[in-house]
Write a protein that binds this ligand. Structure first.
Ligand code: ZN
Ligand code: ZN
Length: 689
């Protein structure tokens, strides 16, 4: 079901499931039909459970997650008819102990996968493998549940849902819920007199612009919610707005507040109801609010910075609109290439389909540990091979040779004493995740992927965790641990990385006249060498060197080459042009591949030893690849055309953070040639198809 925010999707999947369990409960009140509900977060599952209980149907509803007590778990296992949980619990708890849950799995009629657009990238691939394990376990216990997937915003819903579940699906996309018109404004903050790296102009911060807009809307009595990335940002905007309002009408200042995730339920409800009643006119909130919170009935929504996908943007805009009244959605651009491109190209947001959830269910780095987990659940046999994808046979043989699985006449067995499900850390990739510890309390805050740790939690980094900012006192790469201290700093840091790349093998290619576009496997060596500290206004305050070891990554990349005769007599600085084109293309790939700018990296060179030509690589930052390079390859023409347009449209003269400068450049954004990059992309795109 892919229909809009608050269009009644939940009724669509709640009702059949509830009716089934009511109709079929046996004479002795025993469980006959069961439903499993999966949500990406614990909070959403708890909210949905509350809503279900409020219906008063008598169906036995239970949440099952890290917070459940042993007694609750036992009751859930023996009696619950509607279990709300998350993929993590399914992976670590329900599936490995499926024999004890046979009553539940045997009577499973529906599996509801809510907010299914969240399952993308490597996480999406993990969840796809878990769903396959679930289907296998259900079959063992004699059930074949119907899958119901829901999302307010996912493109190609049938395709995404099929990838995630492996079963044939039909899409329900007709949204008949009443809705007023939404006016959308795209807002680009102006350039200021300030200068950044290499004298580049700096834009006014999106936070300052949001505070101005929020003030104007509140003065007009417009109920407005502003989405901001960090708690500090939300609080700063609320404070600035109150100050501005105080100058106009002190009574209005009290009608603006900040909101972040992690509030107690009663505080949340109080805020929600004062917003609904109109007592509160303006709210600045972190994205933590996005899931599982019931705020509707707003007149306007402001979104500061692109939230990563068109789907997320429309979901946030979807909060605006009371009944059929008209509503306003404002997107305020931050100083980076993607946001800049979007405010100059409304067609990329409006009328464009939202993105399909990108992930690669066949990533061997993801599938292999799940094959071990599946073998521990029940020995693998040849009949399982089609379930887990085309390369399963090869992977199982490799696992057998590596001593992970043992072959016996009845199939492949997991014989180790350790838990096979521990092999797959589904929210992380590339080795042991780095634990984040609050230095003065010893409290574990969470963890970050090993692959991302060097660039995000290096010593001196300012790290954003659930909307709060922390300073990293120490990063111990060997022990996979980082010690953090909370800070009120407004600054931000970005790590700079030197990258080297070699081609392992080309998988496919396309010729654009003399230019060659390729997709294949690469070996990346990357090393974080320093980091920049920037002020709230975008000025570079300092660059500090770091001493971290180089890392190696086997992954997928998309790359393009131009032969020498094409660039013969090129009128611009070639290394600067190719470097600028690389930066801008990395900045824009997230628009096509539903990834984060930090999920991908690049290398550009006027002459690469493996190709013997001018080459630009953009690689996937996850071992084995998360599907991003494939997307770049298949959308190459529109992606690189957008890159060219972005550079040409930016009003700066020599290049700036909104177009060709990159915060993660290991070469200090030098050399860069803006006009040359446009000319070079024109040469590349001359024969593009
Ligand atoms: Zn620029
Ligand atoms: Zn660079």
């Amino acid at each position: 079901m892919a229909t809009g925010t608050s269009s009644g999707k939940s009724l669509g999947y709640v009702l059949p499931a509830l009716t089934a369990s009511l109709e079929e409960r046996g004479p002795r009140q025993e469980r006959r039909a069961a439903t499993l509900y999966l949500s990406p977060t614990k909070a959403l599952a708890h909210d949905q459970a509350e809503n279900l209980r409020a219906l008063g149907t008598g169906v036995r509803i239970s949440t099952h997650d890290g917070d459940s007590t042993p007694e609750e778990r036992e009751w859930t296992r023996d009696h619950a008819e509607y279990i709300l949980t998350n993929p993590d619990m399914l992976h670590r708890s329900l599936l490995p102990t499926h024999e004890r849950w046979s009553g539940f799995f045997g009577s499973l009629r529906y599996v509801v996968i809510d907010e299914c657009h969240h399952y993308r990238g490597v996480f999406g691939a993990h969840v796809a493998a878990i769903i396959r394990r679930l289907r296998r376990v259900c079959a063992l216990h004699g059930s074949a549940p119907t899958f119901i997937l829901a999302s307010a915003t996912v493109a190609e819903p049938a395709l995404s849902a099929h990838r995630l579940t492996g079963v044939d699906v039909s899409a329900v996309t007709n949204d008949a819920s009443p809705r007023g018109r939404l006016a959308v404004a795209l807002w680009e903050p102006p350039l200021t007199e300030l200068t950044g790296e290499h004298g580049a102009p700096v834009r006014r911060s999106s936070a300052s612009e949001v505070a101005d807009l929020l003030t104007d809307l509140v003065i007009d009595g417009v109920r407005t919610l502003a989405f901001v990335r960090s708690r500090q940002g939300a609080e700063r905007i609320a404070l600035a707005t109150r100050r501005l309002l105080g100058e106009v009408d002190p009574s209005l200042a009290e009608r603006v507040a900040a909101y972040r995730g992690g509030y107690l339920p009663e505080d949340r409800r109080a805020l929600e109801s004062s917003l609904r009643s109109g007592a509160l006119l303006g709210l600045a909130a972190t994205n933590a609010l996005e899931l599982g919170i019931d705020i509707a009935g707003l007149d306007a929504v402001i979104v500061a910075g692109f939230p990563g996908t068109r789907a997320a943007l429309w979901q946030q805009f979807g909060r605006a609109g009371r009944g059929t009244a008209e509503a306003l959605g404002i997107f305020v651009a931050r100083d980076d290439p993607l946001d800049t491109y979007l405010v100059h190209h409304p067609e990329a947001l409006i009328g464009a389909p939202v993105e399909a959830a990108v992930f690669d269910p066949d990533n061997p780095y993801v599938v292999s540990p799940h094959l071990c987990a599946a073998a521990a659940e029940a020995p693998l046999t040849e009949s399982d091979f089609t379930l887990f994808g085309p390369q399963t046979r090869q992977l199982v043989e490799e696992l057998e040779h590596g001593g992970w699985l043992r072959r016996r006449p009845r199939g492949w067995f997991w014989t180790d004493r350790s838990r096979a499900s521990d092999l797959a850390d589904i929210r992380s990739t590339g080795g042991a995740p780095v634990r984040l510890i609050e230095a003065h309390t010893g409290r574990v805050l969470g963890s970050v992927d090993a692959s991302a740790a060097h660039t995000t939690v290096h010593q001196g980094a300012l790290y954003l965790h659930q909307g709060d900012t922390f300073y990293v006192d120490e990063f111990d790469a060997d022990e996979s641990v980082a010690f953090l201290t909370p800070t009120d700093s407004d600054n931000s840091t970005s790590a700079r990385e030197l990258v080297d790349i070699s081609i392992v093998g080309e998988q496919s290619h396309a010729m654009w006249g003399p230019a060659r576009l390729s997709l294949g496997q690469v070996e990346v060596t990357h090393q974080v060498v320093s980091y920049l500290t920037k002020s709230r206004t975008g000025e570079v305050i300092a660059e500090q060197r770091l001493d971290l070891p180089p890392r190696h990554l086997r992954t997928k990349a998309v790359w393009w080459t131009l032969p020498e005769e094409v660039i013969d007599g090129f009128a611009f600085d070639l290394p600067g042009s190719v470097h600028a084109a690389e930066h801008a293309s990395i900045g824009l790939l997230p628009l096509f591949a539903t990834c984060d700018r930090w999920d991908i990296g690049g290398v550009s060179t006027a002459l690469h030893p493996d190709t013997g030509q001018l080459t630009v690589f953009v690689y996937d930052g996850h071992p084995g690849g998360a599907g991003f390079a494939e997307r770049g390859y298949s959308a190459a023409a529109s992606w690189l055309q957008a890159t060219r347009a972005l550079i040409a449209d930016c009003e700066c003269t020599e290049g700036c953070p909104s177009c060709i400068q990159s915060p993660k450049c290991g070469n200090g954004n030098s050399p860069l040639d803006k006009s040359g990059a446009i000319a070079l992309l024109d040469l590349l795109l001359l024969h593009a198809v």
